[in-house]
Design a protein around this ligand. Structure first.
Ligand SMILES: Nc1nc2c(c(=O)[nH]1)N[C@H]1C(S)=C(S)[C@@H](COP(=O)(O)O)O[C@H]1N2
Ligand SMILES: [Mo]
Length: 355
């Protein structure tokens, strides 16, 4: 098995650039939309987007169940639907700001978006299948296939039974009121509100009830907080809090440094956490912090809008923001380094020149 390349302090590699050109982030000005239009939603696809046809596609529910199911898209669409606004964030968001830099998709801070997902609650489907009492996990497998670090597999992730049975977990067939786009999992994906992106298995083809913890690559190797290659680490689960601002003023093309006119301006952004609602957003101008006003989110798993007024005085400034959630988690001022570059919710810094 190939080893994961060691983290580097070197320049961006061709492999990272290739990933960055396939998987794109949310343009930060699109934080203005309460619901991210599907075409602006961030994207992370490990392998190729599979070629699935809604007519022949089936979802198989199998393994340690009383009644194996084979469901068509119409079967799933005919069940009572649920619609929910959910903020999705890639666990690797912030990875490119770590030093040394773990080699993978090199996100800065833009791998987050919010969409309204419509689907069938998973719990009712599991109930129809009759998951047996000695089941420990449900394994969710996508139709996409590839190798990662020499390990060939269909993309698959598992959830403990209690996590899978939570009422907010959906098998979603619509995003913002339209069928899923191919890149976002057509025809069906898992949505696990509050959890980092890797949990939300796209192109879902199979759900299997198992009696032993699942040891697939995406579950047992990837997505751990590890201090070094051999550290068993802790699994990555829920989304750590983060606030982002819409960079004010206008950008320079190459550097994206901002130019802002002097005087009071409104600064606005979004804040979210997968653990609870947002309790507080602070806005920092040159390291002087004040509280921003936050608005109620669209739902318990969606980001909150925040606003503040900043009196822009001529010169160079560094603007920041920091979220604290209702259970007391906040954002660090030093990046929380780990071997795979997961969960780096370092506070954002935006350099502006006021004229
Ligand atoms: N089948 C499958 N599901 C997947 C992935 C994938 O590569 N294959 N990527 C995961 C990761 S790492 C993230 S961050 C989210 C991204 O969802 P989006 O592209 O719809 O924003 O999908 C997750 N689900
Ligand atoms: Mo991700």
């Amino acid at each position: 098995m190939e080893l994961r390349p060691e983290p580097t302090e070197g320049p961006l590699t061709a492999e990272e650039l290739q990933l960055a050109a396939r998987n794109r982030g949310l343009p930060l000005e699109a934080l203005r939309y309460d619901l991210t239009p599907a075409g602006l939603h961030y994207l992370l696809v490990h392998f190729d987007i599979p070629d699935l046809d809604a007519v022949s596609w089936r979802l198989r529910v199998a393994g340690n169940v009383a009644r194996a199911l084979e469901l068509s898209l119409d079967d799933i669409r005919s069940r009572p639907p649920q619609t929910m606004a959910v903020t999705l964030e890639c666990a690797g968001n912030g990875r490119a700001r770590l030093l040394p830099r773990p080699i993978s998709q090199p996100w800065l801070n833009e791998a987050v978006s919010t969409a309204e997902w419509t689907g069938a609650p998973l719990a009712a489907i599991l109930e129809d299948a009759g998951v047996k009492p000695d089941t420990v996990e449900l394994v969710f497998t996508g139709a996409d296939h590839g190798t990662e670090k020499g390990y060939e597999h269909d993309y698959a992730r598992s959830l403990a039974v209690a996590d899978a049975l939570r009422p907010e977990v959906l098998l979603a067939y619509e995003m913002n009121g339209r069928p899923l786009e191919p890149q976002h999992g057509f025809p069906l994906r898992l949505v696990v509100p509050g959890w980092y992106g890797m949990t939300h298995v796209k192109w879902l083809s199979r759900i299997e009830a198992v009696r032993e913890p699942f040891d697939g690559y995406q579950q047992r190797v990837a997505y751990f907080y590890k201090s070094h290659a051999e550290d068993p680490g802790r699994p990555v689960t829920r989304i750590r809090p983060r606030a982002l601002m819409i960079p004010p003023g206008f950008p320079d093309f190459l550097t994206r440094r901002r130019i802002v006119e002097r005087g009071p301006i409104q600064v606005t952004g979004r804040a979210w956490s997968g653990y609870s609602g947002i309790a507080r957003v602070e806005f920092g101008a040159d390291a002087r912090w004040t509280d921003a006003a936050t608005e109620p989110p669209r739902g318990p798993f969606a980001w909150s809008r925040w606003t503040t007024t900043w009196n822009a005085t001529p010169g160079e400034h560094v603007l920041s923001c920091r979220a604290t959630d209702a259970v007391g988690n906040s954002q660090p001022t030093e990046p929380p380094w780990n071997y795979q570059g997961m969960g780096n919710n370092l506070i954002q810094q935006v350099e502006v020149l006021v004229r």
